[in-house]
Design a protein around this ligand. Structure first.
Ligand SMILES: Nc1nc2c(c(=O)[nH]1)N[C@H]1C(S)=C(S)[C@@H](COP(=O)(O)O)O[C@H]1N2
Ligand SMILES: [Mo]
Length: 411
């Protein structure tokens, strides 16, 4: 364990980068029950199970490769999502079940002066940055699209907020020396395609974005090493952008002289080139662009759909919001279908790319059903729209969401 001594002394605390616990991906024993995600288009009942490597109780959508969703009530706790409840998404089943930190190498090649092959100790010795950022799947809430679209049928739990610790991507690129004429940087991880001839998962960023201050190669998540399923030992973090770019088990960086024209940029994860990424259901052959920045969203986390709440003059309502690629300026609630809005009190700002807690109280008119709408305005003045959008990929859902509770005088 000599190699890790240096890492132990690093400010990750006592915990250090070690070989990720072997991940036997099977249905964990003792599945704990079912949850109804209330998806309009299809079966919305899912198993809840603990026992995936490094994970507590998660909503299981698929076992291998894992699609694990965070239960909504987890977001009602701290604004930082605990690592063991953080959602998981992999495209291909051919992912390592352990990583040998001694032999692990990150390679940097392509349009560079000196191709690199660097080990973890070297990365851990570089200057560090830490920032809070929401990792949200482009298809978060896809299961709520109407009409229904193919793809992972998530409710709202394909997102999470963490403090990411790592090094600037730019610093690593500078060690290799990016040559003039570089246009983009492509990233791949240790996972490979399981279908013969299918493209392994890779994503790319434009060179200026890749060289910006905040794009990082992270090895720490909420003060601990990354869980294996969240990309141990290294992952890309692209604050304000959807997590499709946050390549996990990052092992290969290629500087390109032209934009990336491979499958995952040229064909997948593309949105309509319309304002709001909206097209009419059934539309075809419209121009598309790669998905990129996130937009504001907000959620009620303290009350569930259909929850029975005793009648009283003030009912506490709270939740979380994210600004997208900037901070949260305002969160408002409406109990009258959006005719009037009241501002919520915002919790402390723990980083503009992270979740922001909000809280307020609402006064019910009397017993009966009460529908609460919540909307976020970000620091750029962008407001969540009332109407859901539609696109065939089920990407970028970020309209105002509603929760209907049942207020009862006899509860
Ligand atoms: N290597 C690798 N990185 C990846 C993926 C993948 O399949 N392989 N999926 C991406 C997508 S689409 C999502 S939503 C996030 C999920 O991150 P998480 O599992 O840490 O929550 O990882 C991204 N990074
Ligand atoms: Mo995703």
């Amino acid at each position: 364990m000599d190699l890790f001594d240096t890492m132990i002394k690093a400010p990750l605390g006592r915990r250090q980068l070690l070989a990720g616990a072997a991940a036997a991906l099977a249905v964990p024993a003792g599945a704990q029950g079912l949850v109804d995600l209330r998806l309009p288009g299809g079966p919305s009942s899912r198993r809840l199970a603990a026992g995936f490597p490094g994970k507590g109780e998660m909503i299981v959508q698929r076992v291998h490769p894992p699609l694990l969703e965070t239960p909504m009530e987890v977001f009602d706790g701290d604004v930082f999502t605990p690592n063991d409840r953080f959602f998981v998404r992999w495209h291909w089943a051919d992912m390592p079940s352990a990583v040998d930190v001694g032999s692990f190498r990150l390679t940097v090649h392509g349009c560079v002066r000196t191709p690199l092959s660097i080990g973890l100790t070297q990365i851990l010795r570089m200057p560090r940055i830490e920032l809070a950022a929401v990792n949200q799947c482009s298809g978060n809430s896809r299961g709520l699209f109407e009409p229904r679209v193919p793809g992972a049928q998530w409710a709202h739990g394909a997102m999470g907020n963490a403090r990411w610790l790592g090094v600037r991507l730019r610093d690593v690129l500078d060690q290799a020396g990016v040559l003039p004429g570089a246009a983009a940087v492509r990233f791949a991880g240790l996972d490979g395609a399981t279908v013969e001839g299918a493209p392994r998962f890779e994503k790319a960023l434009a060179i200026d974005h890749a060289r910006s201050d905040e794009v990082m190669i992270a090895f720490g998540m909420n003060g601990e090493q990354l869980p294996l399923l969240n990309g141990f030992p290294l992952r890309l973090v692209v604050p304000g952008w959807y997590s499709t770019y946050w390549v996990k088990m990052l092992s290969d960086i290629e500087v390109l002289a032209a934009p990336d024209d491979r499958y995952w940029m040229a064909k997948a994860y593309r949105i309509p080139a319309t304002p709001g990424a909206d097209v009419a259901p059934g539309a075809r052959d419209f121009p598309t662009v790669p998905i990129g920045r996130m937009t504001p969203r907000s959620f009620i986390t303290g009350l569930r759909e259909g929850q029975v709440v005793p009648l009283r003059p003030a009912i506490p309502v709270g939740g979380i919001a994210l600004g997208g690629d900037t901070g949260v300026a305002k969160v408002e609630l409406s109990a009258d279908g959006g005719r009037s809005w009241q501002s919520a009190a915002l919790g402390p700002d723990r980083g503009k790319y992270g979740f922001r807690r909000w809280d307020m109280e609402v006064t019910p008119a009397g017993p009966g059903a009460m529908t609460l709408l919540v909307r976020c305005t970000n620091d750029a003045g962008e407001v969540q729209p009332m109407k859901p959008i539609w696109n065939p990929g089920g990407f970028m859902r970020s309209n105002v969401e509603a929760v209907t509770i049942e207020v009862r005088s006899d509860a």
